[in-house]
Ligand binder design. Structure first.
Ligand code: AMP
Length: 227
């Protein structure tokens, strides 16, 4: 395996599912959202460029994302398998990913499209809480921490992301429809798109994805993703 993309609206469960897959397949979780938030926390120049866009629920310009992605891929081992979460989000980013994989003689194995209804998205994002230290994700009802307000993994403080307010959530959804949805047909045409019902809780969704990955792993190297 070389690269897996998790595609879907904000709140589709990309981060939660990536965390589970990451543990099971040893893939590197590559989240541009996490990278940007880390850069903001550190006061890095890329963080300063990105902060206002993130707060408004808009996409950070492609140029900034591309520099970030190339720098991170260049640091990694050539044989690594990446699990892309929240990247690519635009046509130019998808083209860049193709080019970067080709440059490394790597292949995009599969794109999982996490399909979810708007009601579920708004409920998930408005109830989401994130660990300030290790970025682990929780939900006040669906994935509650053992101790309220504290991370199970590291004991860090849980907080609500500033872009998880109702108004910003609706804007992020609109941005997804306008700028990211076109990637569905892009990857469908390439024969790598697999649709997954992500309205369900984490475990059955992850189980479906695992079954799909097991089928892919057991097949000869060439060929397209199974639907
Ligand atoms: P996420 O954590 O993936 O929901 O991303 C949070 C925010 O970071 C998004 O609403 C965007 O403002 C920004 N962002 C993350 N990834 C990208 C990307 N690939 N392209 C543009 N903006 C991004």
């Amino acid at each position: 395996m070389n690269a897996i993309v998790l595609l879907g609206a904000p709140g589709a469960g990309k981060g939660t599912i990536a965390a589970s897959l990451n543990e099971q397949w040893g893939a590197i979780h590559f989240s541009t959202g996490d990278m940007l938030r880390a850069a903001i926390k550190q006061g890095a120049p890329v963080g300063r460029q990105a902060e206002a866009f993130i707060q408004r629920g808009e996409l950070v310009p492609d140029r900034v994302i591309m520099d970030l992605v190339i720098a991170r891929l260049d640091q990694g081992k050539p044989e690594a398998c990446y699990l892309f979460d929240g990247f690519p989000r635009t046509g130019p980013q998808a083209v860049l990913l193709d080019a970067e994989l080709e440059r490394r003689r790597a292949k995009l194995d599969v794109v999982f499209l996490l399909e979810v209804s708007t009601d579920v998205i708004v409920d998930r994002l408005s109830g989401r809480r994130v660990c300030r230290s290790c970025e682990a994700n929780y939900h006040i009802r669906n994935i509650p921490p053992r101790v309220e307000g504290r991370c199970d993994r590291c004991g860090g403080e849980l907080f609500q992301r500033p872009d998880d307010t109702r108004e910003t959530i609706l804007n992020r959804l609109e941005v997804y429809r306008r700028q990211t949805e076109e990637l569905i047909s892009y990857y469908d045409r390439k024969g790598v798109l697999v649709r997954v019902d992500s309205n369900r809780s984490r475990d059955p969704t992850v189980a479906d994805i695992n079954r799909s990955l097991e089928r892919l792993m057991s097949r000869p190297a060439e060929g397209s993703a199974e639907r």
